[in-house]
Every structure is written in structure tokens, then in C-alpha cells.
Design a protein around this ligand. Sequence first.
Ligand code: ZN
Length: 177
Amino acid sequence: MTNETTVRAERLRVEAVARCETCGRETDEHERDIRFGLPDPVLRSDEKHLAAGTWMSDDNPNAAVMMQVPELGPFVRSLLPVRLSGGFTVTYGVWISISPADLQHAYDVWWKPQYPEMQLTGRLANEVPPWNVFGAPVDLAVRGPEEIPYCVSSSNSELAQVIADEWNHDLVLSTLP
Ligand SMILES: [Zn+2]
């Protein structure tokens, strides 16, 4: 390929990128999965998930679905899908602070046939901008046997709206890394 051909091919590729009429982003940048590596209290702690006595369901916190960190408590992973204008969805992989008894229950059923019936209530352990929902109570339920539990309802009015409402996609996408 000559240089001239390469330049032309590059220009054609750029022109072929579809852009959103609403916000100008590329259309394939509207469906996003945002995975929080650690609960915020763990991220802010000195030793993070390496603190002595920490237990994780996987050595890699990105792959772990449960963890217990001394003095910060047990956490479980959950999915928080948010509907966006234009028919898009951004899905946050968040950590939920739960009680020791609920961690024991989750550990007992997670890899068993009764996993789909698992229900938990905890508190959101990540900041999820643009909303102010850190620490909000949230109910978790399992939707598919191969998936981690979903955030399905909340007694906190703002988090209930995050779960149930459709949000302006420019507002939400502008907060993402
Ligand atoms: Zn857009």
C-alpha cells in the first residue's frame, strides 16, 4: 500500500464512524459497562484489599464477587443498569455492603441450585456520579443463574429513581471515564 492509499483508507474509516445527533459521541460509545474494582471504603483505606485478614472469593478483586475486609466489613458485587435516553444502557458493576450473616448466606448458596432465589439487602458502597447515592439502602435479586445479582429496588428515593427512571444520556455519559 502506498502512503497515499493509507491516508485515503484512514479518511474513509473516520467518515464511516456514526455520531450521535444528540451529544456528538460515537454511537458505539453509548453502551458502557463500568466496573468498580473495589468498594470505596476499601479503596480509601491504607492497605486496600491487601490488609491482613482480608478474604476474597477470587485473588483478583476485579474477578471477586464477595470480599470481607477487617473493620470495613463484607461486600458483594451487584449490577446496577441505568436506562438512558435514546434506548441505551450503562451498567455499573458496584459493590454492596452487607451484614456478616448475609455474606455467610451468599457464600452458602452462590454456587448452588438455590442461587436464583437469593435476595439480599445492603448499602451501596461506591459513589456513582452524577447521583448522590453512596450508602443508600438497596435490595438485590438474581435475574439469571449465570449473572451476579442486580440492584432491583431501594427505599432511598434517589436510588429508586436511578433504578427505575430513564436518564439523559449526555448527562450520565459525561461523568464516565
Ligand atoms: Zn449521544
